[in-house]
Ligand binder design. Structure first.
Ligand SMILES: *Cc1c(COP(=O)(O)O)cnc(C)c1O
Length: 377
């Protein structure tokens, strides 16, 4: 009998010894909060995004809220977004006092259905928050054509999309605001954190105010508070992790893509037809393969499928439950049936293990267990 294989989580960060030493150096330096490492990380990110201004924050949630504030969005405004995302994407709209408006998703890409978006635009619509789900970009030509036609700001929720591209250009290197997350599950991470790519220095200055209590300093003791800001700055500890991760971003993303390719090979061409499940769009040009999803057929109850996989030592995720069906959103008038695609995906989707330190053997093990578990339903 072979030993029970080790537990395989759906994701796990890769942290090298060099990064651990860099963090230790920060801890020994006497300067732990925002300082030289944050400046260096922001400079590297700005270079990565084609020289656009970039500011870092302590989450990928506040980045979006701050982008909305910079765009002047608040009470009385509507912001269009997707019901298929982490709840932060819609919560930030409510946080500004504006109203979230949902548009259903495309059943294949799981991104907001841009063909349905125009019908949701009203005279109050001020912005769109599209999500590049799993790192698969939205159709950027169609998105920005719509935004331009209706004079709407765009806050790209690119939390999952660092290293993704559109027609050879990096997500974040063009367009309006782009918000990235460095939460520990993302392709690169800082423990918790995020960054916002902005359009000009004026917006960057405003982002700095919103990031730290609205404070503006001058001279040795000059201080004023001009706008209501929060406490959203990144620490040098986190930035040191980010600098170590940036060095490996290309390598991490290449490894993810290679593992994703192996998933498709192992599942085989007939998998969808044979089982009624749905594999993701096999995009090896634009996606950074942040996650690998399978939509389970309706006959399969997700929780019992997840339990069976867990019993075999494999952890799965589900990204995401439809936002509009959470109590907070039902209280705002949303109900079942409004966005049927997002509702079905929200109930039936599972996230398979995919992270850079995984092996091809791990992929083969996951595929064998998925097939075996599916056949029991
Ligand atoms: C992770 C994530 C967020 C939130 O980022 P945090 O850094 O956890 O605040 C928002 N939207 C999407 C799509 C995400 O994946």
């Amino acid at each position: 009998m072979s030993a029970t294989p080790a537990f395989l989580p759906f994701t796990k960060p890769t942290v090298d010894e060099e990064t651990i030493s860099a963090v230790a150096d920060v801890l020994r330096s006497g300067w732990l909060t925002s300082g030289p490492r944050v400046k260096e990380f922001e400079a590297q990110l700005s270079e990565y995004f084609g020289g656009r201004p970039v500011r870092t924050f302590n989450s990928g949630t506040c980045t979006m809220e701050i982008a909305l504030r910079i765009a002047g969005i608040g009470e009385g405004d509507e912001v269009i977004t997707t019901p298929n995302s982490w709840v932060a994407t819609a919560n930030v709209v409510i946080e500004t006092g504006a109203t979230p408006v949902f548009v259903d998703i495309d059943p294949k890409t799981h991104n907001i259905d841009l063909n349905k978006l125009e019908a949701a635009i009203t005279p109050r619509t001020k912005a769109i928050i599209p999500v590049h789900m799993c790192g698969l970009p939205c159709d950027m030509d169609q998105l920005y054509a719509l935004a331009q036609k209706h004079q709407l700001r765009v806050v790209e929720d690119a939390a999952q999309a660092i290293g993704s591209t559109w027609k050879g250009k990096r997500i974040g290197a063009f367009g309006d605001f782009a918000s990235f997350s460095f939460q520990v599950n993302k392709n690169i991470m800082t423990g918790e954190g995020g960054c916002l790519v902005l359009n000009n220095e004026e917006e960057a200055k405003l982002a700095e105010k919103y990031r730290l209590q609205g404070v503006v300093r001058s001279g040795l003791d000059g201080i004023d508070v001009e706008v209501l800001g929060g406490k959203y700055n990144m620490t040098d500890i986190a930035a040191a992790i980010g600098l170590g991760q940036m060095k490996r971003l290309e390598e991490f993303n290449q490894k993810r893509a290679a593992l994703a390719r192996h998933y498709f090979t192992c599942f085989g061409q007939q998998f969808d037809a044979d089982t009624g499940a749905e594999l993701p769009v096999a995009d090896f040009e634009n996606s950074n393969w942040h996650m690998f999803h399978v939509v389970l057929p309706e006959r399969v109850e997700r929780a019992s499928f997840m339990q069976k996989m867990l019993d075999r030592g494999i952890g799965l995720g589900y990204h995401y439950r439809a936002i509009h069906l959470f109590s907070l959103y039902r209280q705002r008038g949303f109900t079942e049936g409004m966005f049927p695609v997002a509702e079905r995906i929200g109930k039936q989707i599972v996230t398979l293990p995919l992270f850079p330190s995984m092996t091809e053997n791990d992929v083969e093990r996951v595929v064998a267990e998925v097939k075996s578990c599916l056949s029991s339903f």
